[in-house]
Design a protein around this ligand. Structure first.
Ligand code: UDP
Ligand code: MG
Length: 310
């Protein structure tokens, strides 16, 4: 039995070696083989050099390094890592030691002892971030669960371990705009959620600013829901209905009560409001169209410049 540790790395020069050491330490004496699949996601620092050094020096370990031609994002790195893994089980884990390798052992234990589960995912026990961020995240998960057919857990991370069957299913999902959390949920299988404590980042900084998170959230919604496209229909039905009622009222006022209809401000206000709603809806359609356009080109999910593999 073999486990593949898929580790996406983007500017993690001060973490990869320590990650390797800590994992080997935690895994000493385990009853299964394991390999490392490091994916260098176009790092601009010395991450690749460090990974190459590990590959050359640590002959006792089974190390694969996939190096991208540029930064393609964590989702692409996960895909490439799974694609280049050979284990019966696959674990996705970050390079920054926020996720302890000991937890992977816990996951493996569950997969072995409880064969009804195909996947074990860790969720954060306590979020280590400010309450505004947590509030935004909770709001996003409520919204996406309402809008789409998939169900996402607000606190689940992509720190997880799963069987080859699950890995193959993930690879089958060939979409260019990848939203891992949605993919995990969409493919089904039995998943057990276990709590884990997020550690402080060992070195370097997080790549997730607020802006990037908002973009990620919107991507997630459009990747797994088409409901926003129906927004125009609903708003359109409502405004048409309101307009008819209003017209009837105006005609009755004019014919029976001789009220002169005035209202320059109302007209300007309504034109702006309706124009705004129309542009907003066109924007939504446009964002889906853009995805069809990109997907239609059948571009690869990543481009590997170099693959080191024994
Ligand atoms: N990562 C990546 N490509 C990216 C951004 C991040 O491969 O474009 C990797 C990163 O090196 C790390 C993991 O994804 O191993 C999680 O990133 P990060 O620690 O920045 O996210 P956070 O833990 O703050 O959510
Ligand atoms: Mg991190």
């Amino acid at each position: 039995m073999k486990l593949s540790l898929v580790v996406p790395c983007y500017n993690e020069q001060d973490n990869v070696e320590l990650f390797y050491e800590e994992t080997v330490k935690a895994f000493s004496g385990v009853g299964f083989d394991y390999e490392f699949v490091f994916v260098n996601d176009g790092s601009r620092d010395k991450t690749l050099e460090k990974l190459k050094k590990l590959y050359e020096d640590k002959l006792e370990s089974n190390i694969t390094v996939v190096s991208f031609s540029r930064n393609f994002g964590k989702e692409s790195a996960i895909y490439a890592g799974i694609k280049n893994s050979t284990g019966d089980y696959i674990s996705l884990i970050d390079a920054d030691l926020q996720q302890r390798p000991e937890v992977v052992l816990e996951m493996m234990d569950i997969l072995e002892k409880e064969p009804e589960y195909d996947c074990v995912a860790a969720y954060q026990d306590k979020r280590k971030e400010n309450s505004i961020m947590t509030g935004f995240k909770t709001g996003f998960y409520k919204l996406i669960n309402k809008l789409s057919e998939i169900k996402l857990r607000a606190d689940a991370s992509d720190f997880r371990t799963f069987t080859r069957g699950v890995a193959d299913a993930i690879l089958e999902m060939g979409e260019y705009h990848r939203f891992s959390k949605g993919i995990f949920s969409w493919i089904g299988f039995n998943t057990k959620f276990i709590p884990y404590e997020v550690q402080e980042r060992n070195a370097g900084e997080t790549k997730w600013g607020f802006k990037k998170l908002v973009k990620y959230a919107l991507e997630g919604i459009s990747a797994f829901s088409t409901k926003p496209l129906k927004l125009a229909t609903y708003i359109g039905m409502f405004t048409s209905f309101a307009a008819i009622v209003y017209l009837v009222v105006v005609v009755i006022q004019r014919l029976f009560f001789n009220v002169a209809v005035s209202g320059y401000a109302t007209i300007v206000g309504l034109i702006l409001l309706l124009g705004g709603i129309q542009l907003f809806c066109i924007g939504i359609i446009g964002s889906y169209l853009a995805k069809i356009y990109i997907q239609g080109k059948h571009r690869p999910i990543y481009i590997a410049k170099e693959i080191l593999k024994r």
